[in-house]
Design a protein around this ligand. Structure first.
Ligand code: RTP
Ligand code: MG
Length: 207
């Protein structure tokens, strides 16, 4: 294949005298360098395509199965729905969320009427915290989670199928790219995230 590709490149430069030979040598070197460079470009392009696919549109989101979800034995049900959607678990931990962490996590709600009950609820027992990854993972997770108040959440959503009251709505999910970055860092940092590929990904991810 290399020879075939060199042929047309060298064709015009090959001659019978020394100048011609040197010209041919120079052309051959140039052609080899070009082919090698081309190969590097192809490899680099492949990598960047792969990386690009992972980076462009692929998001991470922080999900918490809140204490009511754990107490009601719904961890498997809740995580299963998100897993079946195709989202990939890249971190998971069972933890009792301490007051300081709860306050940081829900800082945007400080001062609201429900803030105290919210902070006390989220720390009232073990939670399962996790980071999910996938294309548009933030919106995809929020749509599977459903509206904040389970009474208004659509059937088919986690809150709509499994909950009744806003103060017992089973699950937290990041609501934007910014809050996801902040929350993933708050609960896991970057070291605790596990990078891996799944064999099924080609059946879940297009392209
Ligand atoms: P989350 O942050 O827990 O995923 O919930 P969310 O985005 O759907 O709702 P958000 O407005 O961030 O509220 C955070 C949590 O506070 C409790 N809440 N209670 N009593 C109330 O009016 C009220 N409003 C919100 C809920 O537990 C909600 O998930
Ligand atoms: Mg929220």
């Amino acid at each position: 294949m290399v020879i075939n590709e060199l042929g047309p490149i060298l064709g015009g430069a090959v001659g019978s005298d020394l100048d011609g030979a040197l010209l041919s040598l120079g052309a051959a070197r140039w052609a080899c360098a070009r082919l090698a460079g081309g190969l590097e470009d192809v490899v680099a392009q492949k990598w960047s395509q792969r990386e690009g696919k992972r980076m462009a549109g692929v998001e991470r989101t922080l999900v918490i199965v809140k204490p009511d979800g754990v107490q009601r034995g719904l961890v498997g049900e809740i995580v299963g729905r998100l897993e079946r959607r195709g989202l990939k678990i890249v971190a998971m931990r069972m933890t009792v969320i301490q007051r300081a962490l709860a306050e940081q996590h829900y800082a945007e709600h400080a001062g609201k009427a429900f803030y105290e009950s919210l902070v006390s609820y989220i720390g009232s027992g073990p939670s399962v915290t996790m980071v999910l990854e996938g294309p548009a993972a933030i919106a995809a997770t929020r749509s599977t989670v459903g509206k904040t108040n389970p009474a208004e959440a659509a059937p088919g959503t986690i809150r709509g199928d499994l909950g009744l009251m806003v103060g017992r709505n089973l699950i937290h999910a990041s609501d934007s790219v910014d809050s996801s970055a902040r929350e993933v860092d708050l609960f896991f940092g970057t070291d605790a995230l596990v990078e891996y590929e799944r064999d099924i990904d080609r059946w879940v991810l297009e392209g």
